[in-house]
Design a protein around this ligand. Structure first.
Ligand SMILES: [Fe+2]
Length: 267
């Protein structure tokens, strides 16, 4: 028996009774995909997966792409990367969508909990269709033509010289994008990677984006995921922002595995 049910009225659903160790039926792939498109975040509960099973399970929803920190890729399955509060990696506490320094940023990020602190360590998600809808007509008109310029953060010690040589960025994306599957508009940016906006002085960019975040991220359309071991959480990066809540004991290890699925060029 499988069930899919919403986790809130505006964002998030959970899927129960699925087993990603074996291939899903075409109908199951379709229903999970639809649940993701409708709810932006999909939590697939109770999974017990090796890295290869995790990658293969997610490959039913798209093409896994290599992530830009080579040192954090799993040797046994490089399509899977570690997200951990160790080895100088800090919780990504600012709102963002992933890998915007890539020309073809991932359509989805999938996280799988491996080690959790005894309390906290949540991941928060915000619905950017709702964020867009919350803006006034004037604000939307102003934002429509804006283009962010995305690069790796200069002060992030987890990027090696090799990573930077391959993926440093300078990549341009629209601040408002149209979702290629739903046709709906969403606010789209990574707070710390969007280091420039075309036509705006660099020092004005961060305050401008922080102001925008205050408008487009509201509790009514935000979902806070309290992790349970075995959760696989899929985020549609084209219409949702996310952040890690660093509010936990950093002496305790928090380890997630991550797969990202290739997307198209935002437009
Ligand atoms: Fe992220």
């Amino acid at each position: 028996m499988t069930t899919i049910r919403p986790l809130s009225e505006t964002i998030g659903a959970e899927a129960i009774g699925y087993d990603l160790r074996t291939p899903l039926s075409p109908d199951q792939v379709e229903e999970l995909n639809k649940a993701l498109l409708d709810n932006l975040i999909l939590v697939i509960r109770d999974q017990d997966l090796t890295a290869v099973q995790f990658r293969d399970g997610m490959a039913q929803f798209g093409e896994p792409m290599l992530q830009h920190r080579e040192a954090f890729r799993l040797p046994e399955c490089p399509d899977v990367s570690r997200i951990v509060n160790r080895e100088k990696m800090r919780p990504a506490a600012m709102w963002h969508t992933d890998h915007t320094n890539h020309e073809l940023p991932p359509k989805a990020t999938i996280l799988y909990a491996r080690k959790l602190p005894s309390q906290g360590g949540d991941t928060c998600f915000a619905n950017m269709y709702a964020g867009y809808q919350a803006l006034s007509d004037e604000e939307r008109a102003k934002l429509e033509g804006m283009v962010t310029i995305n690069s790796m953060e200069k002060d992030n010690p987890t990027y090696s010289a090799q990573d930077r040589a391959e993926y440093d960025g300078g990549v341009r994306h629209p601040l408002i994008r149209t979702h290629p599957e739903t046709g709906k508009k969403a606010v789209y940016f990574h707070l710390t990677k969007a280091q420039g906006i075309e036509g705006m002085p660099n020092e004005a960019v961060r305050p401008f984006l922080e102001d925008l975040l205050a408008k487009v991220v509201q509790p009514q359309w935000t979902y806070r995921h309290h992790w349970t071991l075995g959760d696989v959480v899929i985020c549609d990066n084209r219409c949702a922002l996310h952040r890690a809540d660093p509010n936990y004991d950093q002496a305790q290890e928090r380890l997630l595995w991550r797969v990202i699925l290739r997307g198209d060029r935002p437009h």
